[in-house]
Ligand binder design. Structure first.
Ligand SMILES: N[C@@H](CCC(=O)N[C@@H](CS)C(=O)NCC(=O)O)C(=O)O
Length: 206
């Protein structure tokens, strides 16, 4: 069965939700980020990028990068209908997942949480964090607009919603920020899904 290398409260929450949606057996390898488990040789032998999500598949091969893992899981479980099958729907899923992971996560939240990677000059940190917040707010507004009159980003529930979900958790639970109306409703809808409830219970979110 597949193994998800996962750390609580990180972006791999979204992949955990997808595995729960699929409903087949899987294992979680719990990563202790507080002890820098991602930089230990045993994990780096699995994923030299030192990142979660990392998926160890049934044949032992390792898949990294959120959108690739999500697409692999969706395409290899077509009966679960977790990604549209038409070209337009599939590229829209890629578009949403790329924006969540490459821009809002990497460009936005990284500026806020890992400001020191941008500069060690502390007096510049507020400016860098403010830029991160701007990037996040812009993205949240774009997704809020996309959700106008819709329950899910692409019409039907999909892996794109699971990408937006981990950002919603960060925004609300870690940032103590209020989401605009359509995304707030999307977050509540996500929280009604048993898959999300299982992930939240595992990670200790109410
Ligand atoms: N580009 C990767 C980024 C994954 C990523 O940055 N994951 C974070 C957790 S949210 C991580 O593993 N950080 C560990 C570290 O950088 O030490 C993806 O989208 O999967």
């Amino acid at each position: 069965m597949p193994t998800l290398c996962h750390a609580a409260g990180t972006c791999s929450m979204g992949i955990h939700v997808i595995l729960e949606e699929i409903g087949k057996p899987y294992e979680i390898r719990k990563m202790d980020f507080a002890n820098q488990a991602q930089y230990k040789p045993d994990f780096m032998a699995i994923n030299p990028k030192s990142k979660v999500p990392t998926l160890i598949r049934d044949d032992g091969s390792v898949l990294t990068e959120w959108p690739a893992i999500a697409m692999f899981l969706a395409l290899s479980n077509p009966d679960k209908k977790l990604v549209p099958t038409d070209i337009e729907g599939m590229v829209r899923a890629q578009e949403a997942m790329a924006y969540c992971t490459a821009t809002l996560h990497m460009q936005g939240w990284t500026r806020i949480w890992r400001t020191v990677t941008y500069t060690e000059i502390e007096s510049e940190h507020p400016k860098i964090k403010a830029r991160g917040k701007e990037i996040i707010d812009k993205g949240i507004a774009i997704f809020d607009k996309q959700l106008t009159g819709k329950d899910w980003l692409l019409g039907d529930f999909s892996i794109a919603d699971c990408a937006l979900y981990f950002l919603e958790v960060w925004f609300v639970e870690r940032g103590n920020l209020a989401l605009p109306a359509n995304i707030a409703a999307h977050y509540e809808r996500m929280k009604q899904r048993p898959s999300v409830q299982a992930s939240r219970k595992y990670d200790g979110f109410a």
